[in-house]
Design a protein around this ligand. Structure first.
Ligand SMILES: Cc1cc2nc3c(=O)[nH]c(=O)nc-3n(C[C@H](O)[C@H](O)[C@H](O)COP(=O)(O)OP(=O)(O)OC[C@H]3O[C@@H](n4cnc5c(N)ncnc54)[C@H](O)[C@@H]3O)c2cc1C
Length: 591
């Protein structure tokens, strides 16, 4: 799962790629990027003529072209930017910090790009900047693999290409006829293309793939470069829906509504529960990575959710980045903990910004709690106040909220535009959804005052403990059929027993709610095959705070025709049609 970091040698402000014996970055890099890519690619004119500009880049490097493009779009247009980049040799966290420190211009964009840095994990990464106007989607891996996935997942064309890999002599696999054909397949008429290299075989290869190309004289600077445009008809852009209706205003619905609104869509949110919706009953949930470490699509979904969400929620009301300790317990024995650490780099310095393995003594020292075994520490994890966060997400001028009567009749789908069901336990009541294997598991949180401090950090393990100024919230029972409040309280005390031993606790109140969970424990995300345009982002089980924001990105990207931001394997894993397929294999047919 981890991908090796680029080997970089810094000579003052100049960075060299050791393996490629080529310059990565020099001190005039932004000016060069503006000349070779922004100006030659006509980025400002293109941004001024569209609502959303899509730029594709081969060779993300130190993000210079991304920063230059984002700054140009933000400063000179009202457009949104979708920037998709592929990089086989990503920067280490330390090199990203160095890039940020030395930035002279566009400091806020560099700050956003590096806080937190993209983790060194192979596959797709997505980030959202500038109040949602800029979306960055990066594939860490081989260029051919990344382009193939993009061609498969993205409906819309790329409007401008930046080719900025290492020089063809040193990196021949990026400059092949197959790559040029893949670029053509993702282009539309007049998609611009710009390349720092002026090599004759690159020019001829791009021409053979359908691009009209000219060699630009970069005098008085040293280089020649190439620029041109796609001269054939190609992909057509999906028409953006003028309105989307989202059913449910928990973190699932609020996240979908926000991403769509940030993407320029008007969103109507319907919920029968109003302010007292299901999530409004839980105001202490832990956003952390429930890692598996086995390389499966499920493991990838979990780490991708965590990284996307910890960046996306940063700065939003209702999320506090506290760091979270994960202890061993029934879901995390010593063997699994070790497997996770090994899979993610065994305490390697490159992973420390998001995952650290601590000895019992280190964990006890960090938290002040009674901890007896090795633990995991997630510095970018935190605590969510769900009602606060949902309100913050829904607070957008393009989102309107309405009370619905909760009756899910087929006529409601007559409303203009796609519908997204984020309705948790209510989902099966919608037309065409009764076969979805979603059920409810109840749970309870209990708040206590404590005579002594219990921990300085939220701790998850057998149960969970979230400290506050004068006590803690203890969670969370998992009840297939609802228990009494007393039974759930006794369970939560027992689950956290080792953390509260010796403290005098006085119970204040309890909160009860249901979690919607699917039969295979994976969320349900994507388009359902029905006559109506019906999408789902729901059934997050016990990990809604971590999974719902990524699910929202996936669904809104797909509705609008962009790549989903996750791999095809993750899309398949969470596909809403999987239940119908499995039922068909068991001989169960439904209308
Ligand atoms: C005790 C407990 C502790 C938990 N702790 C954590 C934790 O620490 N970390 C974590 O990540 N997760 C935790 N969870 C799970 C987390 O709360 C959920 O995953 C998350 O809140 C689900 O959000 P949602 O938006 O999908 O569903 P909900 O919050 O249930 O929202 C669904 C909404 O859909 C509405 N709806 C229903 N029917 C209809 C209809 N017909 N039309 C329109 N709207 C409809 C409902 O009124 C509701 O507002 C916990 C859950 C419980 C119960």
């Amino acid at each position: 799962m981890i991908i090796p970091a680029a080997q970089i040698r810094w000579q003052g402000d100049q960075a060299e790629a050791i393996n490629y014996d080529d310059i990565y970055f020099r001190d005039d890099a932004l000016a060069e990027s503006e000349r070779i890519f922004i100006t030659a690619g006509q980025i400002v004119a293109k941004a001024q003529a569209t609502d959303t500009l899509c730029i594709g880049e081969l060779g993300f490097g130190m993000g210079t072209n991304f920063i230059a493009a984002a700054a140009a779009v933000l400063q000179h247009s009202n457009a949104r930017l979708r920037y998709v980049a592929i990089e086989k040799h990503p920067l280490s966290p330390a090199d990203w910090q160095r890039v940020k420190r030395r930035a002279q211009q566009h400091k806020s964009l560099y700050q956003a790009l590096t806080e937190p840095v993209l983790p060194l994990l192979a596959g797709w990464h997505e980030r959202v900047f500038a109040a949602g106007r800029i979306t960055l989607t990066v594939f860490y891996g081989d260029v051919a693999e990344g382009l193939e996935a993009l061609a498969q997942q993205q409906h819309n064309p790329v409007d401008a290409w930046f080719l900025d890999g290492f020089t063809p002599a040193k990196n021949p696999q990026m400059w092949t006829p197959q790559i040029y054909t893949a670029l053509a397949e993702l282009s539309t008429r007049n998609t611009s293309i710009a390349s720092f290299t002026a090599a004759g075989h690159v020019r001829r290869g791009l021409q053979a793939a359908g691009f009209a190309i000219e060699r630009l004289d970069q005098a008085p600077h040293k280089h020649h470069s190439l620029a041109g445009y796609y001269a054939q008809s190609g992909r057509t852009r999906r028409v953006m829906p003028s309105q989307v209706t989202v059913h449910g205003r928990g973190i699932g619905g609020a996240s979908v509504a926000r991403r769509l609104a940030e993407s320029g869509v008007s969103v109507q949110v319907l919920d029968p529960a109003g302010e007292t919706g299901a999530s409004a009953r839980i105001n202490t949930a832990v956003m952390h990575a429930r890692l598996l470490g086995d390389g499966s699509p499920s493991a990838v979904f979990r780490h991708a959710s965590f990284h996307y969400t910890s960046a996306y929620l940063q700065g939003l009301r209702g999320f506090a980045r506290t760091g979270v300790l994960q202890l061993q317990g029934p879901n995390m024995n010593a063997k699994k903990l070790q497997r996770i650490c090994t899979a993610y780099g065994n305490n390697h310095e490159h992973q420390q910004h998001w995952l650290q393995q601590l000895s019992a003594a280190q964990a006890a020292q960090l938290s002040g709690a009674n901890i007896q075994a090795d633990a995991l520490f997630f510095p970018t994890a935190g605590v969510v106040d769900l009602p606060e966060l949902c309100a913050a997400l829904l607070d957008h001028p393009s989102i309107s909220q309405q009370h619905s009567d909760g009756s899910a009749s087929s006529t409601m789908f007559d409303t203009q535009g796609p519908h997204v069901l984020c309705s948790a336990g209510g989902t099966r009541g919608f037309p065409g959804c009764d076969h979805l294997e979603i059920s409810e598991v109840y749970g309870q949180l209990d708040r206590y005052e404590s005579t002594a401090p219990l921990s300085t950090l939220p701790i998850v393990g057998n149960g969970y403990l979230v400290p506050d100024d004068t006590g803690a919230v203890l969670g969370a029972s998992y009840e297939y059929s609802p228990w009494s409040q007393d039974k759930a309280r006794a369970h939560n005390l027992q689950a956290n027993q080792h953390l509260i031993a010796g403290a005098q606790l006085s119970w204040q109140h309890s909160q009860r709610a249901a979690r919607a969970t699917s039969s295979d424990r994976m969320p349900v995300i994507g388009r359902l095959q029905t006559e109506a345009e019906l999408w789902l982002a729901t059934a997050f089980g016990s990990m809604g705070t971590t999974a719902a924001p990524l699910a929202a990105a996936m669904v809104s990207n797909q509705i609008l025709g962009w790549s989903s931001g996750v791999s095809c394997a993750v899309e398949d894993l969470t596909d809403p049609n999987r239940f119908a397929r499995r039922q068909a294999r068991r001989g169960i047919r439904h209308r």
